[in-house]
Design a protein around this ligand. Structure first.
Ligand code: SF4
Length: 250
């Protein structure tokens, strides 16, 4: 039974932040070559997430109750010194769209000439839809078949907003990658196959499968296990999606 399956998302995080509050930065990576394909990017980890995925690698930043790690202005000061050296800024988390200041933070970044990437699980469809026109690339997490989301996220009905968000993303024309973390306790080979077929039918063309990594995961019941994926399963996914990426755990 998922640990928080009886909870609704609104029970899991602090009251809404005031609109005028700056972006709550929970972590910062000055240079990444892997978070936005083909771009040299700084990565901003935004504090807070309404879900509690069992394999979450950043459980320490799920709450919005801690003081931010650094002021947003300090990030901007860094970016001012990196103009011409960096291509982009990626916002991840946590769930970056939880922060109502994300739109203004994106504006700050674009005004400095950087592209914008976003990693999201699609928890807030309407916020994502409003942000998409100013985003250059999205990494979109799909946890499981949408009807089965609570098994992974611990939150009832969490697949509904995720599906809506994916629809908005696909309709927007913004470049993206849809990706799924694979652990045999959470996603069987049968469910993976049916989920992949449904995603392709929904319009997903670029799909990445990421094998579970134990590093950073706080759920000790989620032992590293061989992924439920044989050569035939990989072959099926390669044929299904125009672009298929397999990210091995090691
Ligand atoms: S949606 Fe992302 S940040 Fe939130 S709990 Fe799940 S893995 Fe962690």
């Amino acid at each position: 039974m998922p640990r928080f399956a009886s909870l609704h998302a609104s029970h899991l995080y602090a009251p809404p932040d005031r609109v005028e509050e700056p972006l709550r930065v929970a972590g910062f990576t000055p240079l990444s070559t892997t978070d936005f394909p083909g771009q040299l990017a700084a990565v901003v980890f935004v504090q807070g997430c309404a879900w509690r995925c069992r394999y979450c690698h950043n459980p320490e930043i799920q709450a919005r109750l801690e003081p931010p790690l650094m002021p947003w202005q300090a990030v901007l000061n860094f970016l001012d010194r990196r103009q011409g050296l960096l291509d982009a800024v990626v916002f991840c988390g946590g769930e970056p769209t939880v922060d109502r200041s994300l739109g203004r933070a994106i504006d700050d970044v674009r005004q400095r000439g950087f592209k914008v990437g976003l990693h999201t699980a699609g928890i807030y469809p309407d916020r994502l839809r409003q942000l998409l026109p100013k985003i250059d690339w999205v990494g979109f997490d799909v946890k499981a078949p949408f009807a089965d989301y609570a098994e992974t996220t611990g939150v009832r009905d969490s697949g509904t907003p995720a599906r809506q968000s994916l629809d908005y993303l696909l309709a927007s024309g913004v470049e993206h990658e849809v990706r799924t973390t694979l652990h045999p306790s959470l996603l069987s080979s049968v469910n993976l196959a049916s989920m992949a077929t449904a995603l392709r039918q929904q319009g997903v063309a670029t799909f990445a499968l990421q094998e579970f990594r134990a590093h950073g995961c706080s759920d000790t019941l989620l032992e590293p296990m061989p992924p439920p994926l044989d050569d035939a399963g990989i072959d099926h996914l390669q044929k299904l999606f125009p672009t298929f990426i397999l990210r091995r755990a090691s």
